[in-house]
Structures are given as structure tokens and as C-alpha cells.
Design a protein around this ligand. Structure first.
Ligand code: NDP
Length: 403
């Protein structure tokens, strides 16, 4: 039985809060705070209607550390979940340190003025969290999150060492819009327009964005073009699996998405430096995000499945030579919407955020300091994925990937 404070009221938060309310034996008191209180109230109303559980709501700017500390002290949670944006990671960690409360997030810190995300800023908090006797659990979404746990589960149960790793993220959903992103548009576009980076022979190798394309036949979706890109779990996976020769991340995009994005980039709409417009400073990407469909409005129209998983090749644990395993989850947009009122991209992130929180508040996962999800025992998390809407399968493949 525990009290939790969730920050942010977007699609991911909505799913997570619904799932916490469905597990009131673990989360006995749920508090939700965000920049716009009406969004918290809308989530609370849906939770009340679907689950009969009350959620307390508050308005907060998470970048105002003293106000965050006051809120945490008033609520007295055992865990603060950061489901706002990566820009708020450090201020929320500062507030957790000041209030002496555990922290969890789903995306690593990113400065607003530079499209660069890496763990160094958050890893630098390790000693302070350790001294305070509290835990920060980083990356408890799907990717990072489930993909990281999938990899570590393979390493615990199937492979002694991992030689190559490919993370395949396919959203086969169709939302019926010309162009829309399925999570926060600003963060999503910053991510996909950044140069690709993959891990090879002990270092990250950079290539131009969207330059490497491969077609792959995804179960539950069909053949899709996937593009190699950088994703933050490559950094933590490479740190905790130093034997890996190569690790890559792939995401599917349809031709229409690529065409729209190319035009938007070419005309300067994805720039993140301020420009003057009618005497006012605006950031083109933020303006673009304001006119695009809000991800939380896509749920009702999105049809199809997501299919996200990892293919790992390495030395088998049972001494039978080199083996390749494919571990994945397939999630239906329609089923996610039916259960929580949100599409599958929010669902596949919000459910692992709930599960990671359950691990921390129940003391199944514990430690003083800042930890990536790869450092924890994968088994109890994998069990909860099966019980709470994200079942997974693992299969042996004939051999390593040929792309
Ligand atoms: P949304 O944009 O839908 O929601 C973000 C929420 O944070 C909004 O309610 C927003 O408020 C709130 N917020 C923004 N700034 C502040 C602030 N300064 N103080 C308080 N609240 C603030 O995003 P998503 O729900 O799609 O994504 C949430 C997080 O999940 C992001 O960090 C994203 O990167 C991460 N993510 C992780 C994935 C994974 O697999 N690991 C996959 C998908 C997303 P307002 O509405 O008022 O602007």
C-alpha cells in the first residue's frame, strides 16, 4: 500500500494512472500534478468512471523546484513518477533529493536548446541519491524500458554473452491523419531528425538521419520499412553489456511520414533555435507541435498493432554454441483504447511505468542511488508485463539477422 505522485498529464500519464487505479492494492493513494490542471482533472474523471478510484489533482510547473518540493512534502509519496517531458528530469530529481523521495522516469534528460539526449546528466546525481538513501529508476517505459529488460532477460535465461543486438520498434497503427506523431511531437521530431548512432566495436558510430533503411516483416503488422536511428537505451545497454560487438535501434516510418518530415525540415519548421516573428521570439518546432494533432486525441481513430522487440545473438547459456533469439510484444491500438482511452504508444509506455513503480514501492527493486532499469532483476517485471496487458513471446531464430 503506497502513495504515489505522478507529474505530467499527457497520454503516457493517463495510461499509467488508469493502470495504477486498477491495482489499488499496490497504489492505495494516487496524486496527479501537471502544468494544466484541467488535463489532470480529465484523467481523474476517466479513472473514477472506469475504475471507481479517486485521484487527487494539482497544478504545478515541475521546473519550479521549491514549488515541487512543497507539493512532494504535502503529498508525502513514496515515489514521484516523472511522466512530463525529458526537460523536467533534472528539476524533478532536484526536488526528490530535497524532499528525500524516490524518483522514476521514462526518458532521459534533454536540454531545451540542444537536440541531445544522454544519461550523463542524470548519472551525475548517483552519489547525492546514494547519500540521501533514495532511489532513482531511469527509463521505465517501453523503449527505453521493456526493450532494456527484454535484453537483460535474454542474458539471464538464454545467452551468456550478447554479440549483436537489434531493437525493432514498429508502430503499425493507422490514425487516419496526414501527419501526426504518436507521442509528444516536439520530443518525437527532435529524436527522429537527429543523426543515427549505433554501437560498434566499443564506440558509437554516427551516420546521417534516416540513411539506412531495411524492410522487415513484423508479426501482426506485415512488411514495413524500418530506419536505423539513435535511441537512448543503446547508451545504457552498451554500458551494462560491454561485450556487445554491435547494437542498433530501428523504427518503422511510412513513406507519407518521411515525405512530410522532409518537407518540414527543408522549410525550417523543425528548427529548435528561436526566430523573430512579428516582434516575438518563437521556436519553429514548438509552433509546429502546437498545430499538429495532440497524441492523446489519436486514440479513438487509431487501428492496428505495435510490435516492439529485440533480436539478440550470442553464446548460448547451455553451451550449445551461438544462438539467436527474438523477444517481443504485440499490442493492439484498439484494445489499449478500449481499456484506458489511449492508443498503444501511450499504453506501451504507461504500463511499464506502472510496473516499474510497483517494483520500487513494493521494494522488489531497491537500492540507494541512480539506476538504469538494466541493473534490476528482469524476472518480476517480465511477470507483471504478462499480467498487466503487455504479454511477450520469445522464439529462437535460424541465425543472426542478415541486415
Ligand atoms: P505529452 O506531451 O502528451 O504529455 C506531457 C505532459 O507533461 C503534459 O501534460 C504537459 O503539460 C506536462 N508538462 C510539460 N511541461 C511541464 C512542466 N514544466 N511542468 C509540469 N508539467 C509539464 O507527452 P507523452 O505523454 O506522450 O510523453 C510523456 C513522456 O513519456 C515524455 O517524456 C516522453 O519522452 C516519454 N515517452 C517515453 C517512451 C518510452 O518508451 N520510454 C515512449 C513515449 C514517450 P501541458 O499539457 O500543460 O503541456
Amino acid at each position: 500500500m503506497s502513495t504515489v505522485l505522478v507529474i505530467g498529464a499527457g497520454g503516457v500519464s493517463s495510461v499509467c494512472v488508469h493502470k495504477m487505479a486498477m491495482n489499488s492494492g499496490i497504489f492505495s493513494s494516487i496524486h496527479l500534478a501537471s502544468r494544466t490542471k484541467s488535463k489532470c482533472d480529465a484523467i481523474a474523471a476517466s479513472v473514477k468512471q472506469r475504475c471507481g478510484v479517486d485521484v487527487a489533482t494539482y497544478e504545478i510547473d515541475a521546473e519550479e523546484v521549491p514549488a515541487m518540493v512543497n507539493l512532494i512534502k504535502n503529498v508525502q509519496p513514496s515515489l514521484v513518477l516523472n511522466l512530463a517531458l525529458p526537460y523536467q528530469d533534472l528539476p524533478i530529481m532536484d526536488a526528490c533529493l530535497a524532499a528525500g523521495v524516490n524518483y522514476l522516469d521514462t526518458a532521459n534528460y534533454e536540454p531545451k536548446d540542444e537536440a541531445k539526449f544522454e544519461y550523463s546528466w542524470q548519472w551525475a546525481y548517483h552519489d547525492r541519491f546514494k547519500q540521501a538513501g533514495i532511489m532513482a529508476l531511469l527509463g521505465s517505459g517501453f523503449d527505453p524500458g521493456v526493450t532494456s529488460v527484454f535484453t537483460m532477460w535474454l542474458k539471464k535465461h538464454k545467452l551468456k554473452t550478447i554479440r549483436t543486438l537489434d531493437i525493432l520498434d514498429c508502430n503499425g497503427g493507422d490514425h487516419g491523419q496526414h501527419f501526426a506523431t504518436n507521442f509528444n511531437p516536439e520530443i518525437n521530431i527532435r529524436e527522429v531528425t537527429a543523426p543515427a548512432r549505433h554501437w560498434e566495436n566499443g564506440e558509437f558510430v554516427e551516420t546521417p538521419a534516416m540513411a539506412k533503411k531495411v524492410q522487415f516483416d513484423f508479426e501482426g503488422v506485415g512488411p514495413k520499412n524500418m530506419y536505423m536511428m539513435y535511441h537512448e537505451e543503446l547508451e545504457s545497454l552498451a554500458k551494462f553489456n560491454p561485450e556487445m560487438e554491435r547494437a542498433r535501434f530501428w523504427m518503422t516510418f511510412g513513406d507519407a511520414y518521411i515525405t512530410h518530415l522532409t518537407v518540414l525540415q527543408n522549410v525550417g519548421m523543425t528548427r529548435i533555435d528561436p526566430i523573430k516573428y512579428k516582434g516575438q521570439e518563437i521556436i519553429p518546432l514548438q509552433f509546429l507541435a502546437a498545430v499538429l494533432p495532440k497524441p492523446e486525441t489519436l486514440g479513438e481513430t487509431t487501428k492496428g498493432n505495435t510490435n516492439i522487440g529485440c533480436i539478440a545473438t550470442g553464446e548460448a547459456l547451455d553451451g550449445s554454441g551461438e544462438k539467436t533469439f527474438y523477444i517481443k510484444n504485440i499490442c493492439s491500438h484498439e484494445a489499449a483504447y478500449e481499456e484506458t482511452g489511449n492508443q498503444a504508444v501511450s499504453y506501451t509506455t504507461g504500463v511499464p511505468a506502472m510496473i516499474g513503480s510497483a517494483m520500487v514501492v513494493q521494494g522488489v527493486w531497491s537500492g540507494d542511488g541512480v539506476f538504469n532499469i538494466e541493473e534490476m532483476d528482469p524476472d518480476p517485471f517480465m511477470d507483471m508485463l504478462n499480467q498487466h496487458g503487455l504479454p511477450w513471446t520469445v522464439e529462437e531464430m535460424d541465425g543472426p539477422v542478415e541486415f
